[in-house]
Design a protein around this ligand. Sequence first.
Ligand code: C5P
Length: 233
Amino acid sequence: MLRNVICALDTGDLNEAITTVQRLSPRVAAFKVGHGLTLPHGLGVLDKLREAGAQRIFLDLKFHDIPNSVALAVREAAKHDVWMMTLHISGGPAMLTAAIEEAKNVSEEKRPLLMGVSVLTSLDEHTLQGDLGVDRSLKDHMLYLSRMGIDHGLDGVICSAEEIKDIRDVLGTNGIIATPGIRLPGGATHDQRRVGEPKQALEDGADYLVIGRALTAASDLEAVLDRLDSVGE
Ligand code: C5P
């Protein structure tokens, strides 16, 4: 099951991130890196994590800009052999197409997977409709954007555990689903509101589970890894 797990490195401390990579790299599929590490340390941090053993890196910077700027961002990220990266689907078809065209310039085996973010889980329906002026329900808008992203050539989408089933129904077998907010049964929810458990998330149709604190803050890491390993057996 650990081949489905992406460990989120949510720290600005490079040494801490390297220690986590050294402890986990033989066991998990990939490591997720966001602004916390790239803003203080630059994209060179990805090379350092790779040297520490991270074979695959998921760069979660959620690009959202005019097509030319997003294409430039994809180009720079791809120079660091990023395996997967995120962009906001609401950037629109031209932005998605520019990103996909840029990714295609990278050789097939090194081409980054482009994952779309539909509606941030921090937004609720009241904000979406009242403040942002979107007519659809939050769920319909999320499904609409996810479908649109995949139709325009994205490799997959990010969604919370509660949304996996609906998204998988809409996408069919097309498209990778990666889901954060995953906890082992009985684990602390921290600041997450919509958490899911690994077995259910995989059964609902997720391909990858993004797990941060349940791994990085574990008092008994081996026990957590063993429990994750046994999921799906
Ligand atoms: O520690 P935890 O497992 O909650 O970390 C989850 C990771 O997934 C964090 O990097 C967080 O930013 C990210 N994420 C999330 N919820 C989303 C999108 C991303 O928790 N909807």
